[in-house]
Design a protein around this ligand. Structure first.
Ligand code: KG4
Ligand code: ZN
Length: 334
């Protein structure tokens, strides 16, 4: 008997479903919510509503295109948290009802653990123990990954996530949400040392990203006073300089963690790991320091159900199932 699992992801603003068979991802269907663009950030009420609209068509497509019939499924997996409560509830409620109707076991998945386990979808796969820098819109964590389901946070942000810093500074530049990919795009044409922003240095392996938002706010205010079209005239240089500063802060701590733990197996995960500047810098440092680096495919960096399915596969193998009373957890710990 094959282990076939349907996995559902609905923690933020992507509605996604994927089917995994014996550890091999068969598909990864994602419906993105464009409704948030004009608000400069995810509007929780609108996100839950959009999940309600997208979830059944997305699941239908995932099952149909997998070539696996509902009767051949072994379990239903879902994101339990962390995330927006209203968004999570849509996925959790569907998963419970579907599992109940089909008489299948349920598997709850931690979204942050799943981002890391996305590394096991394709080759090359990292060797344990490895250090993963998980960087998304909601989290910035340095994680010591000892085994598939055994992970320890060794450093994290004390305020904003780095994805938030990308998105909030992009908003100050008048860019739509999510601004991270746009900063990445414009930065390619700019000079990263055109403008200097402060690099915060927290103790140990922790991060702080709230300072850069304020620094960029005052910087723009002063420059616009002198030149009202300062942003338009310097967009590429501003983006390159912001990105340079954020990457510097991330890499500082990643290098420190590698040294402290004597680990050269280094991975990145989460939405911000799609950033080309971060990928390049990681490759540069890897060459100098002899690191073996692991970077997920673009489609597995931002939120997706394939990573939930991968995590669910390992939980299935360990017999870790949930009961029907399970509820979502907005602030679920790793
Ligand atoms: O992992 P993810 O899809 O959702 C969360 O769990 O938060 O991450 C979304 C974050 C957003 O802040 C978005 O701006 C950022 O990832 N992001 C990027 C890039 N692509 C996505 N940030 C910088 N450069 C990119 N290329
Ligand atoms: Zn995520």
């Amino acid at each position: 008997m094959r282990i076939n699992i349907l996995a559902i992801e609905s923690s933020c603003d992507e509605t996604s479903a994927a089917v995994i068979s014996d550890g091999k991802i068969l598909n990864n269907i994602i419906a993105t919510q464009s409704v948030h663009e004009k608000y400069g950030g995810v509007v929780p009420e609108l996100a839950s509503r959009a999940h309600q609209q997208h979830l059944i068509p997305v699941i239908h497509e995932a099952i149909q295109s997998s070539g696996i019939d509902k009767s051949q499924l072994s379990a239903i997996a879902f994101t339990k948290g962390p995330g927006l409560l209203g968004s999570l509830l849509v996925g959790v409620s569907f998963a419970k009802s579907f599992a109940y109707a089909l008489g299948l076991p349920l598997i709850e998945v931690n979204h942050m653990q799943a981002h890391i386990l996305a590394h096991f979808i394709d080759d090359p796969k990292p060797n344990f123990p490895f250090i993963c820098l998980t960087v998304s819109g909601g989290h910035t964590q340095l994680v010591l990954v000892k085994d598939f389901l055994n992970m320890e946070i060794i450093g994290e942000t004390t305020d904003d996530a780095v994805g938030e810093a990308f998105d909030k500074t992009a908003k100050l530049l008048g860019l739509p949400y999510p601004g991270g990919p746009l900063i990445d795009k414009y930065a390619k044409e700019g000079n990263p040392e055109a403008f200097r922003f402060p690099v915060s240095d927290m103790s140990g392996l922790n991060f702080s990203f709230s300072g850069i938002k304020t620094a960029v706010l005052y910087f723009l205010r002063d420059r616009i006073k002198e030149n009202p079209s300062f942003i338009e005239d310097n967009l590429a240089d501003i983006c390159a300089s912001i990105q340079f500063t954020l990457i510097k802060m991330l890499m500082q701590k990643l290098k420190k963690a590698s040294k402290e733990y004597q680990i050269i197996e280094i991975a990145i995960a989460g939405g911000v790991s799609a950033n080309s500047g971060l990928r390049n810098e990681l490759a540069n440092v890897a060459k100098k320091s002899g690191w073996n680096i692991y970077i997920p495919k673009f489609e597995y960096c931002t939120d997706n159900a394939a990573m939930i399915a991968m995590a669910a596969h390992y939980k299935f193998l360990k017999g870790e199932f949930s009961d029907l009373e399970v509820v979502p957890e907005a602030r679920m710990k790793l």
